[in-house]
Ligand binder design. Structure first.
Ligand code: PMP
Length: 358
């Protein structure tokens, strides 16, 4: 058949969706299965979100506010950044795409740490740019010196994922300062802080407070994780006004949809409850880390809502072994297994299954 689509897309791996817990439970004949695979927070939507979304649904026949003005003003007040530096989007992954579209032409280079967020190479390939993968340090974190050294005349963008998905590692203030000082001013550094709210180490800087005034730094946040809105698809970017304006130009119109805007506003009213839930998650994260270390596993310290088991070649087998015990985790072939922190009871079930499987 005549080729109708770009040949270079053949090299992009297709997205592999995780198993649904309902399907797995049915196959195993269990009352339920546990999903610890997608870095969601397990406590349901924040109070008031369902009501706000339900009320907003009455206006579903109308387009939403394309500029999400009310939400942008709200984020502006909450995060202390002028609204012209903010861009909302259909999840922060869509903003990653728009950042690539706003900065890269075919043949340009984007530097990422590897392993990091799986979507980065896909997004980069989508615009015909080349992802330069700089290997993680032996401790599973970003090698910022090597990333800085990888910058060439063709580099347009660098993704720094802090904390890093899937390894949970973080870069600290001093090394990030040094790195940002070394990046040429015509290269945009994206600090992806999808898991910011789970950070408990005071040495890991808040990118918005610390770096957002730098013209070549853009900070990405999401409401999918700590704010409990993964299904609503909403994230935001803080960047220099010129960068924000360019990203807005390539953003699909109305992609911050009506219900997402309503949900975000309701969630942002619940900061205290969000923090309470995050504290439960981080307490459980530290417990999971300690328990897995007792089982002899060499885990890096996580500052996110997941932990990383660097099982190498045994990753797929471990994932399958857990699945057969009704627990869905996220194996990355040949590398490691990411386990999202669940409720205390879910984590207990995971630990029992992991002890068995290991
Ligand atoms: N960045 C990182 C590092 C992530 O892990 C994720 C979600 N897995 C995202 C961005 C995208 O999140 P969302 O599109 O739901 O905002």
């Amino acid at each position: 058949m005549t080729r109708l689509t770009r040949a270079d897309l053949d090299a992009i791996p297709a997205y592999v969706a995780g198993r649904s817990p309902a399907d797995l439970a049915r196959d195993l004949g269990l009352p339920e299965a546990i999903k610890l695979a997608s870095n969601e927070v397990p406590f349901g939507p924040l109070p008031g979100v369902v009501e706000a979304v339900t009320a907003a649904a009455a206006g579903s026949h109308r387009y939403p506010d394309p500029a999400a003005v009310v939400l942008r003003d709200r984020l502006s007040a909450r995060y202390g950044v002028p609204a012209d530096r903010l861009v909302t989007g259909c999840g922060s992954v869509a903003i990653c795409e728009n950042l690539a579209r706003a900065t890269c032409l075919p043949g340009d280079e984007v530097i990422i740490s590897w392993r990091s967020f799986e979507a980065y190479p896909i997004v980069v390939a989508g615009v015909g740019a080349t992802a330069i993968r700089v290997p993680n340090t032996p401790a599973h974190g970003h090698d910022l010196d090597a990333m800085a050294a990888a910058i060439t005349d063709r580099t347009r963008l660098v993704f720094v994922c802090n904390p890093n998905n899937p390894t949970g590692t973080s870069v600290r203030r001093a090394e990030l300062d040094r790195f940002l000082d070394s990046v040429p001013e015509n290269v945009l550094v994206v600090l992806d802080e999808a898991y910011r709210e789970f950070i408990t180490d005071p040495d890991v800087p808040d990118g918005i407070d610390t770096y957002a005034d730098r013209p070549n730094v853009a900070v990405l946040r999401t409401l999918s994780k700590a704010w409990g809105l993964a299904g609503m698809r909403i994230g935001f970017l803080v960047a220099a006004p010129e960068v924000a304006a360019a990203v807005r130009k390539v953003t699909t119109p109305f992609s911050t949809n009506l219900l997402a805007q309503a949900a975000a506003l309701a969630a942002l009213d619940q900061e205290e409850e969000m923090r309470r839930r995050c504290a439960l998650v981080t307490g459980e994260r530290d417990r999971l880390t300690a328990e897995l270390r007792k089982l002899g596993q060499d885990l890096p310290e996580s500052q996110a809502n997941f932990v990383w088991l660097p099982l190498g070649d045994r990753s797929a087998a471990f994932g399958a072994a857990l699945e057969s015990r009704g627990v869905i985790v996220r194996p990355f072939q040949g590398d490691g297994v990411r386990v999202t922190v669940g409720t205390a009871a879910e984590n207990d079930s995971f630990l029992a299954a992991a002890a068995d499987a290991l």
